[in-house]
Design a protein around this ligand. Sequence first.
Ligand SMILES: Nc1ncnc2c1ncn2[C@@H]1O[C@H](COP(=O)(O)OS(=O)(=O)O)[C@@H](OP(=O)(O)O)[C@H]1O
Ligand SMILES: Nc1ncnc2c1ncn2[C@@H]1O[C@H](COP(=O)(O)OP(=O)(O)O)[C@@H](O)[C@H]1O
Length: 218
Amino acid sequence: MTNDTNVTWHEHQVARSDREAMKGHKGCVVWFTGLSGSGKSTLANTLDHRLHGHRLHSAVLDGDNVRHALNASPSMLRSVHGDDFAERFGLGFSAIDREENIRRIGAVAQLFSQAGIIALTAFISPYRQDRDRVRATMAPGEFIEVFVDTPIEICEQRDPKGLYKKARAGEIKGFTGIDDPYEQPLSPELTLYAGQKSPGELVDEVIQYLQEREIVRL
Ligand SMILES: Nc1ncnc2c1ncn2[C@@H]1O[C@H](COP(=O)(O)OS(=O)(=O)O)[C@@H](OP(=O)(O)O)[C@H]1O
Ligand SMILES: Nc1ncnc2c1ncn2[C@@H]1O[C@H](COP(=O)(O)OP(=O)(O)O)[C@@H](O)[C@H]1O
């Protein structure tokens, strides 16, 4: 990365390997991607609960929650920061806003991972390039892309927030899978057929992967 701002990278005194040795597992990013309603949040939270039960250090970064603070919308920022700030830094769902959403989340997830934590992210992250850019910032094996492959018909049937209904009625424009793209991963580390199995069974598959790669030992 070019550096024209006199900003210097500092190495920390406590190395990543020191933190990992203390915790007894590696830091990594388990990146769930899939349509709205595919089961990303459920899987991230079920996995978090399972890891926590084994006294491992994990944390969930979730689309709806992150969009309440770090990646708040212009309308959420306006009252405190004013119009110019809100327009410049607030994020919606245009392609460029989704790109910035994923860039920021990728950077946060990397910080977690470097601190030896198993970061579990649950974002639609519809663009392949955005996901691949996050992958490129990490060490080999650190970024584990998990495609939550639930057919849109099932997602639409579930529709827990009524968003597909609104999108079909034209009340939400640019809704992923309806009138906005979702680019499936070409070679994810894992694909979960999440329309057919319970969250517990699917999480077993992720844990098996983490064990095989010696990221965790249960
Ligand atoms: N236009 C549009 N398209 C898709 N989703 C929408 C949209 N508007 C609001 N929502 C709600 O926002 C959640 C997705 O946020 P993400 O940050 O994961 O999206 S993205 O990765 O930037 O594409 C998504 O949450 P999930 O259902 O958990 O995926 C929706 O609740
Ligand atoms: N494997 C599964 N089998 C059946 N229902 C599921 C499964 N995973 C999630 N669900 C249900 O589907 C809905 C959407 O799940 P959610 O995790 O919120 O998806 P996303 O975060 O991808 O939008 C919720 O009502 C949830 O309880």
